[in-house]
Design a protein around this ligand. Sequence first.
Ligand SMILES: NC(=O)C1=CN([C@@H]2O[C@H](COP(=O)(O)OP(=O)(O)OC[C@H]3O[C@@H](n4cnc5c(N)ncnc54)[C@H](OP(=O)(O)O)[C@@H]3O)[C@@H](O)[C@H]2O)C=CC1
Ligand SMILES: O=C(CO)COP(=O)(O)O
Length: 339
Amino acid sequence: MTKIAVLGNGSWGSVLGSMLADNGNDVVLYGNIDAVNEEINQHHTNSHYMKDWKLNENVPATSNLEEAITGADLLLFVLPTKAVRIVAKNVKPILDKLGTKPLLVTATKGIEPGSKKLISDILTEEIYPNDTDKIVAISGPSHAENVAQKDLTAITCASTNEENAKLVQKLFSNNYVRFYTNNDLIGVEVGGAVKNVIAIAAGILVGKGYGDDAKAALMTRGLAEITRLGVKYFGAQAQTFSGLSGIGDLIVTCTSVNSRNWRAGKQLGEGKHLDWIVEHMGQVVEGATTVKAVHELVQEKDIDMPISEAVYRVCYENADVDEEIKQMMGRSPKPEIRL
Ligand SMILES: NC(=O)C1=CN([C@@H]2O[C@H](COP(=O)(O)OP(=O)(O)OC[C@H]3O[C@@H](n4cnc5c(N)ncnc54)[C@H](OP(=O)(O)O)[C@@H]3O)[C@@H](O)[C@H]2O)C=CC1
Ligand SMILES: O=C(CO)COP(=O)(O)O
């Protein structure tokens, strides 16, 4: 039996942990809020993050990181981007003390502002310097609410090490989530992170009353700029963006009411302020963090990302949404296909 420590017991961590226990693994959840851990241990529910749903009863939760990762073969990071480095820094001395080297899997979707690093880079830097092979990223169209109901989906497991990607594929697969492998770790992470920014833009359009054509055009041009960033700055493979972690996740996040990013965008389009939205969401809105990193990259590397830049200005510079849309539609004429 594989022992898995799930770091992060919000919506996606709870659902993935429960699914992995259903798959026959020995799972423990780590979270920093005692009340959430107590509720999981006593009632097998996590009502703030997942309404009307029960976890597998064999999944304990703890706020003791050492207890959670002792004996673990695999650490699954399902934290908000802003918490990954903090927790990784705490994990490292514990693993050194234990003398173990578990596989690190990330389900977090984001780019860290400031460092402009992907999650695999943070984990490599903080835990396994110069050993990217021990890292696998999972990403694809998968809302916790849907997976909890055993709705069908497919997700990519990406790693620079094929054996490790295959191992995660085997442990995570079941009859409702089909896992594929992919060797483009970077491309998979960029797709998963930046689609959240485009989903905010998609929500803004709905909040402003625009229709399906606008949504489809935005998603298509959004994918063009995600691909541009991925290929030009991160060295990703262009083909990855037509896969599950690219177009697949972009479609669901730009169209589902379960998406926090889409909902945040809709509220921005309706005139609410980002601070108010984030406070009232009660869950992470990753696109609002990643758009800062994207903005830094655009400034430094001169990458053309007009949709992401407009989202940044609306979120952080109080820009007027109608004016941003007008500017975008009035940009100089361009060929459709270019990097
Ligand atoms: N929900 C989903 O459907 C999916 C989410 N993801 C990705 O998974 C990641 C996590 O998202 P999700 O589970 O939805 O987020 P949630 O907001 O539901 O939960 C995040 C949890 O992490 C906790 N947390 C914050 N900081 C720390 C810390 N320093 N140490 C320990 N725990 C901490 C939060 O506590 P607090 O609330 O107090 O901050 C909260 O309990 C994100 O990157 C997201 O993009 C990917 C696919 C699907
Ligand atoms: O990544 C996700 C779905 O695949 C979750 O998206 P949200 O964070 O917007 O809810």
